[in-house]
Write a protein that binds this ligand. Structure first.
Ligand code: ADP
Length: 549
């Protein structure tokens, strides 16, 4: 028997339901202004001094900046670039630009001059806001290719003149401290961020208002980054890459105090801020914390206010986790990527693990963590079948969700990474019974020796466990018999020494024999990408003939 379905009248269906209000960044801003006006933002200036203001002052300057942008001719949909450190001015841009309907392109200051020109051109930025201390870097890029049609605005004092540039403070001066914000479509672009081009050209990802707001909620939950109004948060992760892990939106939303370290990222300056501002949560890549750990050990220092360090971008070496734990600092491992706005997982203990032994808890905390609620995922083996949740079987991770990109900016080709509504992360992972994700490697960094895969991350972690080793990067190098074999590039801790045979012997006690690197090369420092990851592309080039092919 056929039943007749009642016909839905769209207007009747919406009667009696919720308000249809666009999910825009303005929600974060206005809530911040209504509820957290007295809380502070502290920002390190280029000369080392500390600038302080309240969120109420911040709000007034965001409004002034919005008027200045409109006066400069910025229209909805235009791209406006920032080229700056983590500062209060950068934070103002993060809000004013999207809230007038334009898109903030957070350009990566660590790209080469040619790449800087490339991203400015690709994004077609109408205006570029540059920190005073970074004017020389922009001048170097403009020497490669001039950009006469773009308006430059310099933020803070600069030793070098940029012809025709406006001054940020002069633009804000005299502007009204209120702005009539336009009603925006929640699907319109808010932030444009390029990946750091560890492979090929940088690829642009546009976060919408909606994705940004939803990401802030999902990433901020108690089992995510778990930030509260009582926290004092210092993002060392740069605002010029991966949306600073969403912190510029999440922290003003919850009303935590925000500490912005500016250009001074040496361990002593960071420790100074951690101590002086009683930071409770700080975030950054492992390199930053390796240096902070060394400095803390040198000075036998403890930081009692610091509740946790959120570490991501690359895997957390277990030795770093243990050393920080000994100093009373808990590490929270987090994983994500530009394409995911970026937070995908965070590592907190589940109810099952709360009463487990420390060894079991530690093993879980060292994994990349459990997924945030707005990420659907599948991990597929070589045959396209889902892997079992046994924490052992590895496959390639695909993700889907309202804060996951479905394409790259101005790249119209059909890319195989976007398929069936999912995005292929390029990360090879396992997932365990409790839902903890663990990264085995990036697909392109796995070493294939005689048909067997070797995880460069596992080997690096093993090597970094040696007390004399500061950092280790493992790459695959062409080999006459095995096609590819691992070699390790190692930097030692200051004042420490170990030779190649004894380090190989030490590694041999921790990994199966055929995984021991064929060679260990000692260097002073391992080359890094602009955002602190090992520059494996360069290492592969440098050592391609090492095993005599
Ligand atoms: P790119 O380095 O290409 O600019 P991202 O900065 O977005 O891009 O980096 C994303 C990648 O970084 C992830 O796909 C993953 O390989 C790696 N990554 C991020 N967080 C972690 C982590 N906690 N552990 C291991 N790898 C990580």
């Amino acid at each position: 028997m056929q039943t007749t379905r009642p016909r839905l009248d769209p207007s009747a269906a919406s009667a009696g339901t919720m308000m249809d209000v666009p999910l825009t960044i303005r929600w974060i801003f206005e809530h911040n202004q209504r509820s957290h006006g007295m809380r502070e933002v502290v920002s390190r200036e280029d000369d080392g001094s500390l600038f302080r203001y309240t969120y109420a002052d911040f709000g007034a300057r965001v409004a002034q900046l919005a008027s200045a942008l409109v006066e400069m001719g910025i229209r909805p949909g235009d791209r406006v670039a920032s080229f700056g450190w983590n500062t209060h001015r950068h934070l103002e841009l993060y809000f004013a630009v999207p809230m007038i309907g334009a898109i903030l392109h957070t350009a990566n200051i660590r790209l080469f001059p040619e790449q800087v020109c490339w991203v400015f051109e690709h994004a077609d930025d109408k205006a570029i806001f540059v920190d005073g201390s970074l004017v020389p870097a922009v001048a170097r890029a403009l020497a490669v290719r001039p950009a006469s049609s773009r308006q430059f605005v310099v933020m803070g004092a600069s030793q070098v003149e940029l012809p025709g540039a406006l001054d940020y403070e002069a633009q804000l001066a005299g502007q009204p401290s209120e702005f009539e914000w336009p009603e925006l479509d929640e699907r319109s672009g808010a932030i444009l961020c390029y990946t750091s081009a560890t492979t090929g050209d940088p690829k642009g990802v546009v976060f919408t208002h909606r994705s940004t707001l939803l990401h802030a909620f999902a990433a901020g939950m108690a089992d995510g980054l778990g930030l509260t109004q009582r926290d004092v948060v210092m993002p060392v992760v740069p605002m010029f890459h991966v949306n600073a892990w969403g912190i510029p939106f999440l922290v003003p939303m919850v009303g935590a105090k925000l500490v912005l370290p500016g250009a001074k990222l040496d361990p002593a300056s960071l420790i100074d801020l951690l101590e002086r501002e009683t930071v409770t949560v700080s975030l950054g890549v492992p390199t930053v914390w390796l240096a902070v750990r060394d400095e803390m050990e040198r000075r036998d220092l403890r930081l009692p206010a610091l509740k946790r360090l959120v570490i991501g971008g690359s895997a957390v070496p277990p030795s770093l986790f243990d050393d920080l734990e000994k100093r009373g600092v808990r590490t929270m491992h987090a994983w994500g990527m530009t394409e995911m706005s970026p937070i995908g997982t965070a590592s907190q203990l589940t109810a099952d693990l709360e009463s487990a032994s420390w060894d079991v808890q530690r093993a879980a905390l060292l994994k990349q963590g459990r997924f945030t609620p707005l990420v659907a995922w599948k991990i597929l083996d070589d045959n396209g079948e889902p892997v079992p949740h046994d924490g052992k079987t590895a496959g390639v991770l695909w993700v889907r969700g309202p804060a996951v990109t479905r394409s790259y900016y101005r790249l119209d080709e059909d890319l195989p990474v976007f398929k069936d509504g999912y995005f292929m992360t390029g990360d090879v992972c396992t997932i365990d019974r409790l839902g903890y994700l663990q990264l085995v490697d990036r697909t392109k960094d796995l070493v294939k020796s005689g048909g067997e895969w070797i995880s460069s991350v596992d080997l690096e972690n093993a090597i970094m466990g040696h007390p004399a080793v500061r950092e280790a990067a493992v790459i695959g190098v062409a080999h006459p018999k095995w096609v590819e074999r691992p070699i390790a590039v190692v930097a030692l801790r200051e004042g420490q020494s170990v030779d190649e045979p004894s380090l190989r012997a030490w590694i041999g006690e921790r990994v199966v024999k055929w995984q021991i690197p064929d060679r260990i090369v000692f260097v002073d420092a391992i080359p890094r990408t602009g955002v602190g990851k090992f520059l494996k592309r360069e290492l592969r080039e440098r050592y391609k003939d090492l095993l005599g092919v």
